[in-house]
Design a protein around this ligand. Structure first.
Ligand code: ATP
Ligand code: MG
Length: 344
């Protein structure tokens, strides 16, 4: 039996990278799941607050993110969809696991290093420079808890999360070593073929919800025109023709990838795309990318606007999801609590 778990931060409307790297895989897994398999997807608001969030904005994003999960085709009858902070078992499990988490290892995590340099660099002139807090440092432990407390066997994510999942496996193994075999399940990482969609303005960085420049990402709610405009202004290079070479031509290669992964089987590989666009101008490449992206995410946008209008339904789904998530997480949490001697 498979237990599939994954999460997304409600830190903005999900973008093309989230969709191709994670959300679309979640949907595929749902479509291919066996009757016994569990599918659990969380809006991880506790991860969102590891950097400052405006409360009003966060509320809105939580709602919008849930609507997106429905819009991509996740079925609340088939999946458990819930907000992380509605299920206290996650933080309880985090505290239990924290004993096994090495501070040296956490300090070497690439996300910690990136985000702390960004925080410090981005605000070096302001008097109230936000200092990275304990939660930003410790959040991989919470992420491990998210996965382990649900007994996940498989976790579909983009490439940037691979290191964190390796950490989750190590925590599970080390916990089991201390307290008994089989208490926690070290999960398998599932990586999507489109594992790293790059920013449109800086193709050496991944596309991100939290990047400052809104032109760096295509949102799943962007209009056809907005998609066209953002791709038109995407950074490429002045080499003639279309080739695929991510190290030398990151911008062009990112667009080739975007076409391949939104082509719905029309192309089998990057080479196929390149062959089709041989000698094409940058403008033609961008237009082709815009068409292909629109075809892939247009239907999501249409659905989204229906779901976001029905607040009552969103609330019902979140309440029901939280109940079911509590039940599921309770099983492993109890087992872990018993193993360490919390029962007496
Ligand atoms: P933030 O900047 O707030 O961290 P994010 O864009 O990285 O936002 P997350 O909510 O952190 O989004 O990640 C949700 C899922 O999307 C994860 O599985 C992550 O690996 C995947 N993902 C994020 N960005 C990309 C990307 N550019 N390409 C492929 N997958 C991605
Ligand atoms: Mg992220």
């Amino acid at each position: 039996r498979k237990v599939i778990f994954s999460g997304i931060q409600p830190t903005g409307v999900p973008h093309l990278g989230n969709y191709l790297g994670a959300l679309r895989e979640w949907f595929r897994l749902q479509q291919n799941a066996g009757a016994d398999d569990a599918l659990i997807f969380s809006l991880v608001d506790q991860h969102a607050i590891t950097v400052h969030q405006d409360p009003k904005q966060l509320r809105q994003w939580k709602k919008e993110s849930l609507a997106i999960l429905l819009a991509i085709g996740l079925d609340p009858k088939r999946c458990i969809l819930f907000h992380q902070s509605d299920v206290p078992a996650h933080v309880e499990m985090m505290w239990i696991l924290s004993r096994q988490a090495s501070t040296g290892y956490l300090g070497r995590m690439t996300q910690w290093k990136d985000k702390t340099t960004n925080l410090i660099r981005g605000n070096s002139t302001s008097a109230d420079t936000p200092k990275p807090g304990l939660s930003l440092f410790a959040y991989p432990v919470l992420q491990a808890a998210d996965v382990l407390v649900h007994g996940a066997t498989h976790v579909p994510v983009g490439e940037d999360q691979v290191q964190h999942l390796e950490f989750s496996r190590e925590l599970a193994t080390s916990f089991n070593h201390s307290y008994g075999k089989g208490i926690l399940t070290p999960p398998t990482t599932l990586i999507s073929p489109a594992k790293r969609v790059m920013s449109l303005v800086n193709p050496n960085a991944k596309m991100s919800k939290s990047a400052v420049n809104p032109k760096s990402r295509i949102l799943l709610t962007d209009s056809t025109e907005a998609i066209g405009m953002k791709l038109k202004s995407a950074l490429t290079d002045s080499v003639e023709g279309v080739t695929y070479d991510p190290a030398v031509r990151p911008g062009v290669s990112n667009l080739v990838d975007a076409i391949l992964y939104t082509s719905d089987g029309e192309y089998g590989s990057q080479e196929d795309v390149v062959r089709d666009l041989q000698g094409a101008s940058m403008r033609a490449l961008k237009e082709k990318a815009a068409e292909s992206v629109e075809r892939a995410i247009g239907p999501v946008r249409e659905q989204y606007f229906e779901f976001i209008a029905d607040e009552r339904m969103l609330r019902e789904i979140a309440t029901d999801g939280a109940e079911r998530a509590k039940q599921n997480a309770g099983v492993v949490l109890k087992r872990a609590q018993r193993a360490i001697g919390f029962d007496w």
